[in-house]
Design a protein around this ligand. Structure first.
Ligand SMILES: NC(=O)c1ccc[n+]([C@@H]2O[C@H](COP(=O)([O-])OP(=O)(O)OC[C@H]3O[C@@H](n4cnc5c(N)ncnc54)[C@H](O)[C@@H]3O)[C@@H](O)[C@H]2O)c1
Length: 317
């Protein structure tokens, strides 16, 4: 049993992680300012003696004792991180400094949720961890990409200068239950549009690729990484290497939902990466981890979640 802080614990990944950590018998403190997260994601944990929820903004200092920290706080979808870009970069930079300070003080191990976006629009495929990336420092995605790059730098400097025990994971596109249905991410958008028989919007011609990892696979990898006994092994890519075009993905969702939706195309936003696929050799070797849940199974579970959510919303109206 460990005392574990999860920042961003009311968000999509954080709430799934909190649930797993509590079920595994840990004491969990969930910190969240509810910018993109929601109490609905963690409602079932409130009242559990192993779970504490604290409304807190990570740009401010936080004091508690802990053995481990998962630093996940940061809006992750482009519409939400571009809503207030200054706040986004503050969250990554000041939030990471505050959590590293806490880790240093109580000698906790800290895991930083970094992202495939630190590779920018990559010039090599698939991306390995030693690739330094191709990032636009002044574009509209920079508040997120550069904030996350700076967070990695801070982790490394606290490690080198102060011996803080760190873990860095670069998460690639993840999907599953508890994603926000309105935050504009591909999977949730497509599923909600398909379930409502609305047009499915594809930005560009749909030939851009993504690789999608199911949430339970990712949570397993986060826990393995945090508890890896080898110490710091460098940043590790986490994702599902099976790469698919966005168009193929939309067609698969239409089929699985038996939807009448039509596919329509809109212009591609600027700096949208054309290809994205992780090389997960390091995770396979060091964490003995690879995704287990195939895309159709993962999509079925996610469709069921959104179907229930939409039905409950309709019942409330
Ligand atoms: N979902 C993905 O595919 C993906 C991919 C790469 C990296 N990540 C990273 O994983 C982490 C979690 O992503 P997610 O998909 O769960 O996103 P999310 O938006 O669902 O969750 C982020 C959580 O952080 C909270 N938050 C934001 N700013 C905060 C602040 N200043 N103080 C306290 N809480 C704050 C939000 O309210 C939310 O609960 C993020 O750091 C994200 O960058 C996610």
């Amino acid at each position: 049993m460990s005392r574990i802080i999860v920042t961003g614990g009311a968000g999509f990944i954080g709430s799934n992680l909190c649930e797993r950590l509590v079920n595994d018998g840990n004491d969990v403190i969930c910190l969240d300012n509810f910018f993109t997260g929601s109490k609905d994601n963690i409602r079932h944990l409130i009242g559990n003696s192993r779970f504490e929820l604290v409304r807190h903004d990570v740009t401010k200092e936080f004091y508690a004792e802990a053995d481990q920290i998962y630093n996940l706080a940061c809006p992750a979808s482009p519409p939400s991180y571009q809503y207030n870009p200054i706040k986004t970069i503050k969250t990554s930079v000041m939030g990471t400094i505050n959590m590293l300070g806490l880790a240093k003080r109580c000698k906790a191990r800290i895991l930083q949720a970094s992202t495939s976006e630190i590779y920018g629009d990559p010039k090599i495929h698939p991306q390995t961890e030693d690739y330094w990336g191709n990032v636009n420092p002044i574009g509209i995605r920079s508040c997120y990409d550069e904030g996350k790059r700076c967070a990695e730098t801070l982790m490394m400097d606290y490690h080198r200068q102060n011996n803080v025990d760190i873990r860095i994971v670069r998460i690639f596109n993840t999907y599953g239950p508890k994603m926000d249905k309105n935050d504009g991410r591909v999977v949730s958008n497509f599923i909600v549009q398909a379930l409502q028989n609305q047009d499915i919007t594809i930005y560009g011609d749909g030939s851009q690729t993504r690789s999608f990892c199911y949430i339970d696979d990712l949570v397993e990898a986060l826990i393995r990484m945090q508890n890896n006994k080898e110490g710091f092994i460098g940043p590790v890519n986490l994702g599902n290497p099976s790469e698919r075009s966005i168009l193929e993905f939309a067609e698969r969702i239409i089929k699985l939902t038996n939807s009448n939706s039509k596919i329509i195309h809109k212009p591609l936003p600027s700096d949208d990466p054309t290809r994205r696929r992780p090389n997960i050799s390091l995770a396979k070797e060091k964490l003995k981890w690879e995704p287990k849940i195939d895309i159709d199974e993962g999509l079925k579970r996610t469709i069921e979640y959104f179907d229930n959510l939409l039905k409950n919303e309709n019942n409330k109206e």
